[in-house]
Design a protein around this ligand. Structure first.
Ligand code: 7PM
Length: 276
C-alpha cells in the first residue's frame, strides 16, 4: 500500500509518475517568464496518456541548477498545482523547501518528492501532520557540483544505510510507513558505475520501502548508448521495464504513453509459462 494524499495505491502493478515541466518558457523574455497554462496542458496530456501521479517541480532540484527563491518556486508551482487538482492523477510536488511543502499541501498536493529526503530543517515537521505520500531520495552533495567527482567506498551499502536512516527519521517524526517511498537518486552525485550498481541492487532497496526509480532520459542512458537526450526514448523504456522487473513500484518518466504501452506488454507477455 502507498498512501498518497487523496489516493491509496495498492502497488499491485508498477505506477507511472509523469514529469511536469515548470521551467520558464524559453519563447518569452530570456526565460524570466513562466507560463502555467503550458505546464497545465502538459500535465493533462500526461494524465490522458495514463500517468497515475504527476510530479510538478521547479528547476532547483536539477543537477547543476542554481538556487530558486521560495517566492519564485511558489509562483511557478502553485498555479500548475491548482490547474491540475481535479485531473484525476495524484499530484506530487518536487521541492526541498519546507515553506513550499507547506504551501503545496495547503493547496491540495498529494505527495512531496524531496531530493534531500526531508533533511532541510523544518521539512519533516512540514509534512508530518498530513497524509501526503513522501519520496525520500538519496543525493551525494548538492545539485550544483554534485557530478564533479562522486566517490563512495561502497555505493550500495552507503545509499541503503542513508535511505534506512531517512525512513527512521520520518517514522520518528510521526509519519506512517505506508506514506513512504525511497529512491536511490540515479544521477545525483553518481558515476555510471555507481548508477549501475544501484540499479542492480533495486530488489534489496525494495525491502526497505517501495522504490521510486527515475532514469528517464538521464545521462547514464546517454553514456551507455552514446545518444543525446532527445534520442533516449528506447533506452528510457528499456530501463523503465527493467526497473519494474527489479521491483520498482513507481517509474518517474517523461514519456508516459510509451512507458504505459511497454508496461502493458510486460504485464501481458512476461507472466509465468504455466498459465495459458
Ligand atoms: C536535468 C537533469 C534536469 C536531471 C532534470 C533532471 C529525480 C527527481 C529529478 C529522480 C526523484 C530529471 C532530473 N530526478 N526526483 N528529480 N527521483 N525522486 O531527470 O530520479 O528529471 S530531476
Amino acid at each position: 500500500m502507498f498512501r498518497c494524499g487523496r489516493t491509496l495505491f495498492t502497488l499491485d502493478r508498477p505506477l507511472v509518475m509523469g514529469i511536469v515541466n515548470v521551467t520558464p518558457d524559453s519563447f518569452s523574455d530570456g526565460g524570466r517568464f513562466f507560463s502555467p497554462q503550458y505546464a497545465i496542458e502538459h500535465g493533462l496530456s500526461l494524465r490522458a496518456a495514463g500517468a497515475d501521479i504527476l510530479d510538478i517541480g521547479g528547476e532547483s532540484t536539477r543537477p547543476g541548477a542554481a538556487a530558486v527563491s521560495v517566492a519564485a518556486e511558489l509562483d511557478r508551482v502553485l498555479p500548475v498545482l491548482e490547474g491540475l487538482l481535479n485531473c484525476g492523477a495524484a499530484l506530487s510536488v518536487d521541492t526541498m523547501k519546507p515553506e513550499v511543502m507547506r504551501a503545496a499541501l495547503a493547496a491540495g498536493a498529494d505527495m512531496i518528492n524531496d531530493v534531500r529526503a526531508l533533511q532541510t530543517p523544518g521539512a519533516l515537521e512540514a509534512v508530518a501532520n498530513s497524509d501526503c505520500g513522501l519520496c525520500l531520495m538519496h543525493m551525494q552533495g548538492e545539485p550544483r557540483g554534485m557530478q564533479s567527482d562522486p566517490r563512495y567506498a561502497e555505493v550500495v551499502a552507503e545509499v541503503k544505510a542513508y535511505l534506512q536512516a531517512r525512513v527512521e527519521a520520518a517514522l520518528q517524526a510521526g509519519v506512517s510507513r505506508e506514506r513512504l517511498l525511497i529512491d536511490p537518486g540515479f544521477g545525483f552525485g553518481k558515476t555510471l558505475e555507481h548508477n549501475i550498481a544501484l540499479f542492480k541492487a533495486m530488489p534489496e532497496l525494495a525491502q526497505i520501502a517501495p522504490v521510486l526509480a527515475g532514469v528517464s532520459r538521464k545521462s547514464m542512458l546517454g553514456l551507455i548508448t552514446g545518444r543525446p537526450v532527445e534520442g533516449r526514448l528506447a533506452a528510457s523504456i528499456a530501463a523503465a521495464l527493467l526497473a519494474a522487473g527489479r521491483g520498482a513500484a513507481i517509474l518517474r518518466v517523461h514519456d508516459v504513453g510509451d512507458t504505459v504501452d511497454a508496461l502493458k506488454i510486460m504485464a501481458a507477455l512476461s507472466a509465468s509459462v504455466s498459465t495459458q
